[in-house]
Design a protein around this ligand. Sequence first.
Ligand SMILES: [Mn+2]
Length: 310
Amino acid sequence: MTQISIIWHKNPDTDCTLSAIIMTDFLKKKWYNTTAYIQWRLNKETQYLLEKYNIQTPEITTKLDPNTEVCLVDHNESSQAPNNLSDLNITWIVDHHKIAFESSTPLNIRIEPLCSTASILYKMYLESWFEISKDIATMMLACIMSDSLLWKSPTTTHEDRHIAQKLQSIAQIDHLEDFAMPMFEAKSDLWDMPVKDLIQYDYKNFEFGNKKIGVGTLETTNPWYSLGRKDEILSWLKELKKEQNLDFIMLSIVDILGESNTTIVLDGHDSDLLSKVFHCEVKDNLADLWSRLSRKKQIAPDLTEYYNSL
Ligand SMILES: [Mn+2]
């Protein structure tokens, strides 16, 4: 039996965490021996879901044994993958981000522009004629709610809504709002979190040639909490920028209920870059990025275009 390890990106969110667990179920149905791993501790939304639905928390690892067969879920960029990615044998990728992966051997790769990785997994179950249990359906629905922010994110498609409807009946969940709101509230409960972790709560590095940048998005029902800690956040942004040798760093505070984005950015180079890329004004290290809720669709593409044009 082939052993496959399933891993998700460095800062686990609900979609990647639960998708890895769902993928272990999927591959077990295909007679693979599979284990799910996380690369860092869970966020509070995912923690809430695992506790509520009695799902086992996977083991944490940032390094897998060389030559291990690996499936990447919800990411395919090397900067978000395990540190020894080049020693691993990537045989599967299931993702809904832009392609940034090069392989020297053929592999199973499935990338679609749906709102969550779990939406793609739903289709894979159907295509393989696999039954979706109540637990798996609940997890898939949680991923869809988390990544689409209850349909507020522009990454939402008709197909996602259709899939959610099917999953609701399997999971016996009548009201999506009643299901999703406690998740968002759990995610927003940040009082005991050190500021450095707050910035890296949902944080990704992107690389463009020899330039590396950091983009954090903090999705919350209570934006005032983080905005009230702006000065502390700024000093940690400065620290992180130095530590990771970044060209640019930003932290977007995304108000899930108000559907708005207020971004915290350092003075000088970073402020200039932000206002140039997003055509916004930076005042007191804050910029209104309007309703840019999705890093994948409304933040990363503009930065990519800017850096690629340099
Ligand atoms: Mn995702």
